[in-house]
Design a protein around this ligand. Structure first.
Ligand code: GAL
Length: 812
């Protein structure tokens, strides 16, 4: 006992010493040591409750992703009116068919050794799905409603010395979502311990009212608690050199307002994502009370009829994608390695912007957008007061809309990546005068919290919003689809420009091709797949080229956000009435993160730094010998010649005959014979400049493993994404292989999940076995907290087993 007390006093001495040297606040992620159980428990909030037989989990955690898939879960018998449906039909898979509905509890214990009388302790949730009820030591400390919001509570008054018991109850109703929302504490939870006299939570607001090549004016507003304080703000460049500093002791209504000048600033852009760091130090006399570090970028944005959207004074158009928040096989549990991989794939695509449809983005995603260079359209709601789904946000709008907008803006406004807010997506409030007022009220809220960024709403009822005034009041009129109404909207709306806030919604399944090849709306096939010839779309949507034409020919169109970058769980249009089908077909990239053909169509326009030359379909068509089998090429070149087994199929050149011929090279009359399909790209003079081949493969013979990263951080969270493919005896990829594979991970890591991108698969992601889909799948290997080597073994019947060596190290 005595030795414990001695230890304690040493610890306290150390802590107070640290405080003297500037360790003024501690932020502790509550990552480990949680217990979880699904169900209702009367006394689960009480410290005395016995949770020893509950599952041990780490947070972020998504309780529903472990399945099983079940068509009865959240089965919705509805008419989706925004899709033009008149009669109700049974929709399975709309929300992913995973068990996210119902109640679940999380419990953990923590201590706050650094606590003393003059401290304030906050408990921060970066998202909790949904309707969280939060208890500390048996007492309710607060609640929230929307599962996507960030929120925090001041828990100082509820804290005890020693062990504190935190319990969180979450519940998800049926008919509360239009996609898979996930379930549980799916984003970080953390404890912030700071001085009572300190910088407020999300109290720093950095803007750059002047940002030119020559100079920048950095304005920093800092909200604080306490009196007679002094704030010293220091700005550092990327290399850690001090650039400028300002000190002030004058606060107005507890807010300091500083302006700092930077000569010849390094301007932030997707091509040059340069970040500065501001360190805000708060003093009472000579005593350091608080210190907050904020990364920011120096950049200017403007939107006008004359010059469209400008970043740093240069007009550009958004090459953007819409993304839902789930990470495929990981569900919604946020993971930085998974997000980083997504964004690397998007970089290669040439994409420069992301819309967090239709809710608040994770902090991790915004940090990566700042660092890697993506502009961000940060969205808030899919519903206002009028319902789309019975138990959606409409239940919370009156009480929570303002609080949710305030938290969204305050928590994220220092990210240079955010160039626009969205107050909503296709809200039914587009109808009626009350909705117009609501739009204005919400936009004013965003402006009050952040006068520097404009606000949009993704509109689908375009005709109606032209008449009602809804579209006219928005800073940025965003059109979802409705390519035929762009001209009219440009004419009627006063802003002088239009954003394609949501475009395309073309559907396809990776590596699946259907014949005959034809344009079709809501096309369905018995195998519940969509064709990768990229000619199938929805009744309300269109093919990519219809958007390309507007983007290329109309200077007043300021860019597009394609629905979607990656496939996501839920919304399996056009198979929302078919089972099994549980995830989307909209992605340019499938649920496993493997690009579909469509990825290369966009890449051929968007990636202006590297060539694109992509051939489709695959060339394994046993049984189609002698039959018409069209060949498409997505390429950054204008012209190319196609060969089958050395025989020329002619030269195709992009031309204006149809929207498709303007952007694709198509050989529609090719007759299939096995062998080698080869495309040779030609320059303007007709000289060959690049080529690609696809070969008919023999029988599956061996497995090939290709990791996105081979050295992981030994933090227990990092992931390597290993693409598994099958090749024949001579190494040709087998594009139709469907072998069942098994996975085993040994060493200082573990098997985390697998995904094959098949929307109809009911195999569970966390089971160490899965069937290949179109010859591929992806395995996720997770690091331990102990550095070392990790071995992944992949095997399948009659296939040569493959082994991959990875390793992990302490990287920080
Ligand atoms: C839009 C909607 C999206 C998604 C998409 C599918 O109308 O905003 O959330 O449902 O359609 O095409």
């Amino acid at each position: 006992m005595r030795s414990i007390m001695v230890l304690r006093s040493i610890l306290f001495f150390l802590l107070s010493t640290l405080t003297l040297f500037g360790q003024t606040r501690t932020v502790t992620e509550l990552h480990r040591g949680w217990r979880f159980q699904k169900g209702n428990f009367k006394d689960a909030a009480l410290p005395s409750f016995d949770d020893s037989n509950w599952e041990e989990v780490t947070v972020p955690h998504d309780w529903a992703i472990y399945g099983p898939f079940d068509k009865e879960i959240d089965k919705q018998t509805v008419a989706i009116t925004q899709n033009g449906e008149q009669t109700a039909t049974e929709k399975t898979g709309r929300t992913g068919s995973l068990p996210f509905t119902g109640t679940g509890w999380y419990r953990t214990n923590f201590e706050v050794p650094e606590y003393s009388e003059d401290k304030k302790v906050l408990l921060l949730f970066e998202g909790a799905m949904s309707e969280p009820q939060v208890y500390l030591n048996g007492k309710k400390i607060g609640e929230w409603a929307y599962g996507y919001s960030y929120f925090y509570f001041d828990i100082t008054a509820f804290l005890k010395n020693g062990k504190n018991t935190l319990a969180v109850e979450l519940s998800n109703k049926e008919f509360s979502s239009r996609w898979y929302p996930g379930a549980g504490l799916y984003r970080n939870v953390s404890l912030i311990v700071k001085d009572k006299q300190s910088i407020d939570q999300w109290g720093t607001f950095i803007t750059t009212p002047i940002a030119t090549q020559e100079e920048a004016k950095i304005n920093i507003k800092t909200m604080v608690s306490g009196n007679n304080l002094k704030l010293i703000t220091t700005v550092f460049d990327k290399a850690g050199n001090q650039i400028t500093q300002d000190s002030t002791a004058v606060a107005y209504n507890n807010q300091f307002d500083q302006n700092l000048k930077v000569e010849k600033p390094n301007l932030w852009s997707p091509e040059n994502p340069y970040l500065y760091t501001a360190v805000s130090r708060l003093y009472s006399g000579n005593e350091l009370k608080d210190e907050v570090t904020t990364k920011f970028g120096i950049r200017s944005i403007s939107y006008s009829a004359e010059t469209g959207f400008q970043l740093n004074g240069e007009t550009r158009k958004f090459k953007g994608v819409c993304l839902h928040h789930d990470l495929g096989p990981l569900g919604t549990a946020v993971n930085k390695a998974a997000l980083r991989r997504q964004m690397k794939i998007l970089k290669d695509l040439g994409c420069d912007a992301i819309r967090s449809s239709h809710n608040m983005p994770s902090f991790e995603q915004l940090e990566l957008a700042d660092e890697m260079g993506f502009m961000f359209l940060a969205e808030s709601f899919d519903e206002w007061k009028k319902p789309k789904v019975e138990n959606g946000y409409n239940r919370f709008f009156d009480e929570y809309a303002e609080k949710d907008v305030v938290n969204l803006v305050r928590a994220t406004r220092n990210h240079p990546s955010i160039v626009m807010w969205s107050a909503g997506n296709e809200v039914p409030d587009q109808y009626g005068s009350a909705g117009v007022k609501r739009a204005r009220w919400l936009q004013d809220l965003f402006h009050r919290e952040d006068p520097t960024r404009p606000v949009t709403v993704g509109m689908d009822q375009v005709k109606n919003t032209m008449e009602s005034g809804f579209g006219a009041i928005l800073d940025i009129p965003g059109l979802n689809y409705r390519v035929h109404l762009y001209e009219d909207a440009y004419d009627k709306f006063p802003q002088g420009f239009i954003l394609g806030s949501e475009t395309a919604s073309t559907v396809s399944s990776r590596g699946i091709y259907k014949f005959p090849v034809e344009k079709a709306s809501m096309k369905q096939y018995p195998d519940f797949q969509s064709s990768s010839y990229d000619l199938e779309y929805c009744s309300w949507s269109n093919l990519p080229e219809d958007d390309f034409i507007l983007q290329d020919d109309k200077p007043w169109v300021i860019g597009e956000f394609v629905w979607t970058g990656f496939d996501y769980l839920g919304e399996p249009t056009p198979y929302d009435k078919s089972w099994p089908s549980r995830s989307s077909y909209f992605g340019m990239i499938d649920l496993a993160g493997i690009p579909k053909d469509r990825y290369y169509l966009y890449r051929s326009r968007w990636n202006t730094q590297q060539e694109t030359l992509h051939l489709l379909p695959h060339w394994n068509w046993e049984g189609r010998e002698g039959e018409k089998t069209p060949v498409f090429v997505y390429t950054s070149y204008d012209s190319a010649e196609l060969f089958i087994n050395g025989k020329s199929q002619g030269i195709q050149t992009k031309n204006d005959a149809t929207p498709q011929t303007r952007y694709r090279l198509m050989w529609n009359d090719v007759i299939y014979e096995p062998g080698t399909l080869k495309v040779v790209a030609l320059d303007a003079k007709g000289n060959p400049v690049a080529e690609k081949e696809v070969k008919t493969a023999g029988k599956p013979y061996a497995l090939k493993l290709n990791a996105d990263r081979t050295t992981l951080n030994a933090d227990g969270k990092d992931l390597s994404f290993v693409t598994v493919s099958v090749v024949d005896k001579v190494g040709n990829p087998c594009p139709t292989a469907t072998n069942q594979l098994k996975f085993k991970v040994t060493g200082n890591g573990s098997y985390r999940a697998a995904c094959n991108g098949d929307a109809t698969s009911l195999e569970l992601f966390h089971e160490p076995t899965m069937q290949l889909f179109s010859g591929k799948l992806v395995v996720l290997v997770q690091s331990d907290t102990k550095p070392g080597t990790i071995k992944l073994k992949v095997s399948g019947t009659n296939l040569k087993t493959a082994i991959l060596d990875l390793n992990s190290a302490s990287i920080n």
